[in-house]
Design a binder for this molecule. Structure first.
Ligand SMILES: Cc1cc2nc3c(=O)[nH]c(=O)nc-3n(C[C@H](O)[C@H](O)[C@H](O)COP(=O)(O)O)c2cc1C
Length: 197
């Protein structure tokens, strides 16, 4: 709970095409932990949404910009990003980094300041981030997971958002990660932490 007992609002962005995949399983455990502490959780499945790549027009960076020039489903996400102060990004490792769906989302966050009516230096300050990742290799470095985690760290550090925690582990078949009870407990704990102040 936040000050004045306002429940924490957490937005979970699933970015795997597999609804019952490993990154989703981890994210669902984060949700379970967060809801057990009274957090209100919203979810979005990026896969299947119409989200184009950033076209580098820089319309979003112009003074008094109204936002991103691309008219697609990202326009429905921006208001949620303003509304929710805590974001969880769940992604599989694809080719040694995050999924394309997650990367599209990250690139389009370039326009987020225009929606929050703040500068790039200030728009993300106060945002709290959780990351959930899964990979097929047995090693987080060889798999490329660390590469993706570093990308999230560098990006959110650059804009002043705070990464509260990251859970990640190895699994191949959908949902297989559930048998890693230690990791699932870490995911639940991260959920509880994200729900706290
Ligand atoms: C297109 C594709 C690329 C992948 N690339 C990697 C990779 O670079 N490193 C790795 O360890 N696993 C790789 N994997 C395996 C997935 O990361 C792994 O199965 C993961 O648990 C899937 O998560 P999900 O169930 O949430 O989709 C790849 C899988 C696919 C389909």
């Amino acid at each position: 709970m936040t000050e004045k007992s306002e429940p924490r609002k957490i937005l979970v962005l699933f970015s795997s095409p597999r609804k019952k995949g490993n990154s989703a399983t981890l994210a669902n455990e984060i949700i379970r932990g967060a809801e057990s502490q009274g957090a209100k959780v919203g979810t979005l499945r990026l896969h299947g949404m119409d989200i184009s790549p950033c076209q580098a027009c820089y319309a979003c960076q112009k003074k008094d910009s109204k936002g991103c020039a691309i008219d697609d489903e990202m326009q429905t996400i921006y208001p949620k990003l303003v509304e929710y102060n805590t974001w969880v990004i769940a992604s599989p490792v694809y080719w040694f980094t995050m999924s394309a769906q997650a990367k599209l989302f990250m690139d389009r966050c370039f326009a987020f300041p225009a929606y929050s009516k703040k500068s790039l230096e200030n728009a993300f300050v106060g945002k709290r981030i959780g990351i959930a990742m899964s990979y097929g290799d047995t090693d987080p470095f060889n798999s490329g997971c660390v590469n993706a985690l570093r990308t999230f760290q560098d990006a959110f550090n650059y804009v002043g958002a705070k990464i509260i925690g990251m859970v990640y582990g190895s699994a191949e078949a959908p949902g297989e990660i559930e048998s890693n009870s230690e990791l699932m407990a870490c995911a639940e704990t991260l959920g509880k932490k994200l729900a706290g102040s």
